[in-house]
Design a protein around this ligand. Structure first.
Ligand SMILES: Nc1ncnc2c1ncn2[C@@H]1O[C@H](COP(=O)(O)OP(=O)(O)OP(=O)(O)O)[C@@H](O)[C@H]1O
Length: 212
């Protein structure tokens, strides 16, 4: 039997701000594959990732997790972890609590969730900030908490929107190495050619979407 994509889309179109920013895009992301989404500012990278992550519905086409359409079975979103600049960290919880809550929601036992959160925060050089509220952290630190949470969830697919953009040189490599080592398919929107070089494939968005 042929291997099945971890995530795919067929004839996908996405709208933002009342206009179509991605059109007729078909993609297959295989398990463990690393795919960079590139393209000029405003070409629709964030909109595409948001649609692939099931946060906004496509205006045409569909997104499949494995062989099942995401809109038919929204619980499939559990297979996807999102690392977005402004998505999903609870500002009045601590860094550790944010990860623990996500792990508890994924049915992990409390003690395991606490230990896992401490481990991934350590890997993101955030041990000293584990008990800080998200709103007390810098943008780069918040971004690393979001990466840590995605790593802890060990999903089939990680969708990451410019996850290195707010990092200094050391932390940029830390984030990139950790994402590349994760046993997940990775879809990463980036302007950074070095990030793209470390991926298996680049999908280039233009004013109308196309695949390079
Ligand atoms: N909430 C919104 N309201 C109005 N327009 C939007 C909204 N979100 C996105 N857009 C528009 O949709 C287009 C695509 O935006 P998107 O953020 O997906 O691009 P991008 O490729 O991720 O850009 P960048 O590289 O700058 O992050 C842009 O023209 C943007 O102005």
């Amino acid at each position: 039997m042929l291997p099945q994509p971890a995530l795919s889309c067929q004839s996908l179109a996405c709208r933002a701000g009342g206009r179509e920013v991605v059109s007729d895009l078909s993609l297959e992301i295989m398990p463990g594959e690393r795919v960079a989404i590139m393209g000029p500012s405003g070409s629709g990278k964030t909109t595409l990732l948001t649609t692939l992550g099931g946060l906004i519905p496509p205006s045409a086409g569909r997104v499949l997790v494995g062989s099942v359409a995401l809109d038919e079975q929204p619980s499939l979103r559990r297979n996807l972890a999102l690392v977005f600049q402004s998505y999903g960290l609870v500002s009045l919880l601590t860094a550790a609590e944010n990860i623990e809550v996500a792990l508890r929601a994924a049915s992990r036992p409390p003690r395991e969730a606490i230990a896992e959160a401490a481990d991934v925060l350590g890997r993101m050089r955030l041990t000293a900030y584990a008990d800080h509220l998200i709103e007390e952290l810098s943008g780069g630190q918040q971004q690393r908490v979001a990466v840590a949470r995605a790593l802890a969830l060990a999903p089939a697919v990680i969708l990451a929107d410019e996850p290195t953009a707010e990092q200094d040189k050391v932390n940029r490599m830390l984030v990139l190495d950790a994402l590349m080592a994760a046993p997940a398919a990775l879809v990463i929107a980036t302007h950074d050619p070095e990030v793209a070089d470390r991926c298996d494939r680049v999908v280039e968005l233009r004013s109308t979407a196309g695949v390079r």
